[in-house]
Write a protein that binds this ligand. Structure first.
Ligand code: ATP
Ligand code: SF4
Ligand code: MG
Length: 339
């Protein structure tokens, strides 16, 4: 498979006001992230709130410039391009669906204008064909023609998200990045929107990056699952190996927090808060909550290890979980936390 996008050692820090010696602090939103997405592949991204999922999504679509490291789209350095070339290449080639369609769509424009806008900006098709393309897009996402002449506020949340998906697909991207695309919607329509995304992915041959808190859904819809913790990618697991094949204690803990009926697992209770992204712990960022941590975990971020015989399975942990018996045994040095 050809890589559409490749992130190498990408870090993003934000300067914030308040606190710190000089009244400003640096938030480490992403640190040393390496990730590729191949054509047609679905990559799921999971992790607790604040671990950097949305920042990663914004880097992938070229909305966020990395503080360091490189992002390549179809082999070209995204931030080495001129602004115009970046908009033409990345802007056309990657679509994004945000969490909340009430805020991501311009509430003053009709749906027709919203869908036509990217076609006008990128001068796609002749003006007459643009009108036909708008109708085609509405049809593609299951919006009735009558929805084209209303404002987003006159539609239901689910229909608004259909508009956002249609807009993201307007320029026929090769990759769709969806950042929690169902979490702001009523529970009753979440499955419909998820199924729509999966159906479109298959029909259009899209690659997709799917960000979600819901690790069970991510596992079901993805080819590969990326686990993030405090701005780091700590594991990438082929979905077929989950949950028992995952090696990183944090991936195990995420699965144990939402066991599926078919795969009941013993709950792993994590104690303590997620550390601050302003002052992340030295070494492995998970060590303050990890029941397998040893002194060595505090020294340096563990390097990337690859799982033999499992293409694409990588993790960063000094004491990986190698099996159910190993999980029950806890760390070589520290007893396992019990509820
Ligand atoms: N513009 C910003 N300025 C300062 N800090 C920011 C900014 N954007 C994100 N952050 C911080 O960067 C870290 C990562 O945020 P991000 O939104 O990427 O996390 P997330 O995993 O998407 O969280 P959630 O699940 O709540 O959506 C957090 O500590 C967040 O507070
Ligand atoms: S065992 Fe050590 S390296 Fe592995 S996740 Fe726990 S703290 Fe990190
Ligand atoms: Mg987010």
């Amino acid at each position: 498979m050809t890589d559409l996008i490749e992130l190498t050692d990408v870090s993003v820090t934000h300067r914030t006001h308040g606190g710190g010696l000089f009244g400003r602090e640096r938030v480490h939103a992403l640190t040393g992230v390496g990730l590729t997405v191949a054509a047609g592949e679905t990559v799921g991204v999971v992790g607790e709130s604040g671990c950097g999922k949305s920042t990663l999504a914004r880097v992938l679509v070229g909305l966020q410039r990395p503080t360091s490291g490189t992002a390549r789209f179809r082999g070209e350095d995204v931030w080495g391009m001129t602004g115009a070339h970046r908009r033409a290449s990345v802007g056309r080639g990657i679509g994004m669906v945000f969490q909340d369609p009430s805020t991501s769509l311009n509430r003053r424009l009709t749906v027709r204008r919203i869908l036509r806008d990217p076609l006008d900006v990128h001068r796609r098709h002749s003006p007459a064909d643009r009108a036909a393309r708008v109708s085609e897009l509405a049809d593609l996402v299951g919006l009735p023609p009558s929805a084209l002449d209303v404002l987003p506020g006159q539609l239901s949340g689910g229909q608004r998200q259909r508009v956002a998906i249609a807009r993201a697909l307007a320029l026929e991207p090769a990759l769709l990045v969806a950042d929690e695309p169902t979490s702001a919607l009523d529970v009753s329509v979440r499955a419909q929107i998820l199924n729509l995304l999966l159906d479109l992915k298959d029909r259009l041959g899209l690659a997709m990056v799917f960000v979600s808190h819901d690790i069970q859904t991510v596992r079901r819809v993805s080819d590969r699952v990326v686990t993030m913790y405090l701005g780091r990618v700590v594991e990438q697991t082929p979905a077929g190996s989950l949950p028992d094949g995952s090696r990183h204690p944090y991936t195990r803990a995420l699965f144990s927090a939402t066991p599926s009926l078919l795969d009941p697992v013993e709950p792993i209770v994590l104690t303590g808060p997620v550390p601050s992204a302003v002052h992340p712990p030295s070494g492995c960022p998970f060590r303050t909550r990890c029941w397998r941590a040893t002194d060595a975990c505090a020294r340096a971020m563990p390097g990337v290890r690859t799982e033999p015989g499992a293409a694409g399975h990588e993790y960063r942990c000094l004491h990986p979980v190698l099996g159910a018996a190993d999980l029950a045994a806890g760390s070589p040095a520290t007893p396992r936390e019990t509820p």
